[in-house]
Design a protein around this ligand. Structure first.
Ligand code: NAD
Length: 354
């Protein structure tokens, strides 16, 4: 079981160190090796995704990533931006399925901006297609054209999906639903976009392979509304790259605590890249105050999806619940009456709970 660890930039090294400690405490035989990705790789090797990192990531069964980016690289040319490293590794590893759970722990019910009764007990999983859609479709660009009697700038992108791309991501959602509450909501915009009519048709076909799972369809504008109005109606939501980008951020904010949310990006064989949903938080980097729980929970997802170690995944998740019940909080989830702790203390507490 080989894990490539990419701490990255900002708070990345601080939070991955805690997740690595947790993985090491599990008595499972992992081989872990670290490499550079993002801004730190630009500084050290002149490349956000250097060859040495590529070699390690390709040879590993799973990748654990902190986060990349920071203001010091924002004015670099595009090929020397940290985000290029992230897009590069996702593309090279063929990570087409992005899984983002949005779970509200009962102890953190007040962290949400929504009323506690709307979000208490929330546990939904957004499955987003990651390698297709309008983000990658050709042709695309901005060019001068003669339109409406005017010579003017014209911007254009192309949305497309093949039925096999849709089928494989919808199957990921159904497989996940079989281990949860057995409901999938497929989100599209079939009333306007032909591409998403195909999405709906294929989702309906895939549903026939899973008689135990209930499929519903929802238009994306309604889905955005329902997520805020009554989010607990959902179990698994599956959608394309662009709608998923927006809805997964909306769903994560229902919980009010970005420092708590893990994510997984998987290929066809469940090799995966696991990372917290948040970024590199340059504003608090190096201060030892970042919340490591999203990264620790990402390690739990790694055990579940890549290594098929459900019991070990639940052990980590149980330990996280325990430290929250003990009242320990990093600054991002702190409220009066709880005990404020730093990154390392939170890691210590999770280890003790394990
Ligand atoms: P961010 O998620 O880094 O930070 C947003 C806010 O949340 C900040 O106030 C930050 O302090 C706080 N926060 C985030 N994670 C936290 C944690 N674990 N514990 C406590 N507080 C936490 O988003 P941003 O500020 O928009 O972006 C900062 C940098 O991160 C940018 O360079 C951006 O490009 C990059 N980024 C990277 C990824 C990634 O690596 N996948 C994702 C998003 C943003």
């Amino acid at each position: 079981m080989k894990i490539c660890v990419l701490p990255g930039d900002g708070i990345g090294p601080e939070i991955t160190a805690e997740a690595v400690r947790v993985l090491k405490a599990l008595d499972l035989k992992f081989e872990m090796e670290e490499a550079l990705l993002g801004g730190c790789a630009v500084d050290a090797a002149g490349d956000p995704y250097p060859e040495a990192t590529q070699k390690l990531a390709l040879a590993a069964d799973a990748v654990l990533l902190g986060a990349v980016g920071g203001p010091q690289w924002d004015s670099n040319p595009r090929e020397l931006r940290p985000e290029r490293g992230l897009l590069g590794i996702r593309k090279q590893l063929g990570l087409f399925a992005n899984l983002r759970p949005a779970i509200l722990y009962p102890e953190l019910a007040n962290a949400s901006t929504l009323k506690p009764e709307v979000v208490a007990g929330l546990d939904i999983l957004i499955v987003r297609e990651l390698t297709g859609d309008i983000y990658f479709g050709q042709p695309r660009g901005i060019e001068m054209r003669d339109v409406d009697g005017k010579h003017q700038r014209f911007g254009f992108n192309t949305m497309h999906y093949t039925e096999s791309e849709i089928r494989r991501i919808v199957r990921v959602a159904f497989d996940a639903a079989t281990k949860r509450n057995k409901r999938v909501c497929s989100v599209d915009k079939m009333n306007v976009l032909e591409c998403t009519q195909l999405w709906r048709d294929v989702a309906t076909e895939v549903a026939e392979e899973y008689p135990d799972v209930e499929l519903s369809h929802m238009l994306v504008d309604n889905a955005a509304m329902q997520l805020v109005k009554n989010p607990k109606q959902f179990d698994v939501m599956v959608t394309g790259n662009m709608f998923g980008d927006i809805l997964s951020d909306e769903a994560s904010m229902l919980t009010g605590s970005i420092g708590m949310l893990p994510s997984a990006s998987l290929d066809e064989n469940n090799k995966g890249l696991y990372e917290p949903s948040h970024g590199s938080a340059p504003d608090i980097a190096g201060k030892g105050v970042a919340n490591p729980l999203a990264t620790i929970l990402s390690a739990a997802m790694m055990l579940r999806y890549t290594f098929n170690q459900e019991a070990a995944a639940q052990r980590i998740e149980g330990a996280v619940k325990k430290v929250l019940a003990q009242g320990l909080r990093t600054g991002d989830i702190y409220e009066p009456g709880t005990q404020k702790v730093g990154t390392k203390q939170m890691g210590d507490a999770v280890l003790a709970a394990l």
